[in-house]
Design a protein around this ligand. Structure first.
Ligand code: OAD
Length: 241
């Protein structure tokens, strides 16, 4: 199956790639479903990744994001990130990389133009619409930092459950999916929409779809081929064309 998928990579002038947390697993970043370890195990991901959860427990949620930011500072991109960046470099203009990850590891591996559907964990923005008094650089240190004039809180620049994806980024992802001949779906459980819907859109638009995941995913039925294994070992083989 790997050989067949590799021949599709060779034949396809345009390739769209959707990555999820699994692509960073071999860097030592826990996947979303596995992220709740140690102290954080007592909270559900949804409690920590919604506006309501942040408003109810701003300090707790902020600390969780700080914990994940600190973890990212100590990890490196892995062979899967590297294979995608190398392919882009050797085949300019053929690959559009769409990610649900907020960890910045694709960019650190050298990929450019990454379409980050769920934002960037290293960025901050205001929770409420900023007033004239709100300047991020002036936010008073705290957990979370805040505006000492109006009390507005700083929040991480990620997309939480129930929030819209960045409009232009999602539009660019949809365009890439409609124009591609091959879509690779790597390391995602395929459970969170609208991101997961991109794979089905690609198939409906006539593209071949390949899922790469060591475990069953909710997008396996949308795939022409399923490659079972870890992204760090399979992706370099798949993209070495
Ligand atoms: P999940 O944590 O739901 O799923 C991770 C997937 O990676 C699973 O299907 C694993 O089998 C797979 N996996 C594990 N190790 C792997 C490896 N070495 N190589 C390849 N795959 C591996 O993460 P996502 O599907 O990315 O959204 O989650 C999607 C979204 O749900 C996240 O972006 C986040 C979350 O809620 C928001 O925060 C909005």
């Amino acid at each position: 199956m790997l050989d067949i998928a590799r021949s599709w990579v060779q034949q396809s002038q345009r390739i769209a790639v959707l990555t999820g947390a699994g692509v960073s697993a071999e860097s030592g970043v826990p996947t979303f479903r596995d992220a709740q370890t140690g102290y954080w195990a007592q909270f559900r991901a949804e409690e920590m990744a919604t506006e309501e959860g942040f408003r109810n427990h701003p300090e707790r949620v902020w600390k969780w994001y700080q914990y994940r930011r600190d973890l990212l500072a100590s990890v490196q991109p892995n062979a899967a990130h590297g294979a995608l960046a190398d392919f882009e470099q050797h085949h300019p203009g053929r690959l559009t990389l769409i990610t649900q990850n907020v960890d910045g590891l694709h960019q650190r591996a050298g990929s450019s133009g990454v379409l980050c559907l769920h934002g960037d964990i290293l960025e901050n923005r205001w929770l409420d619409t900023p007033r004239a008094c709100c300047h991020i650089a002036d936010a008073v240190k705290g957990e979370p930092p805040y505006c000492d004039r109006c009390g507005n809180l700083v929040r991480p620049g990620v997309v939480w459950f129930g929030e819209a994806l960045p409009h232009d980024t999602f539009a660019a992802a949809q365009l890439a999916v409609h124009q591609c001949a091959l879509m690779l779906v790597i390391g995602t459980a395929g459970a969170v929409y609208p991101a997961a819907g991109l794979a089905r859109q690609a198939r409906s638009a006539g593209a071949r779809v390949v899922v790469l995941n060591p475990a069953p995913s909710e997008l396996d039925d949308a795939a022409h081929a399923v490659l079972r294994g870890a992204a760090g070992s399979l992706l370099p083989q798949l993209l070495a064309v």
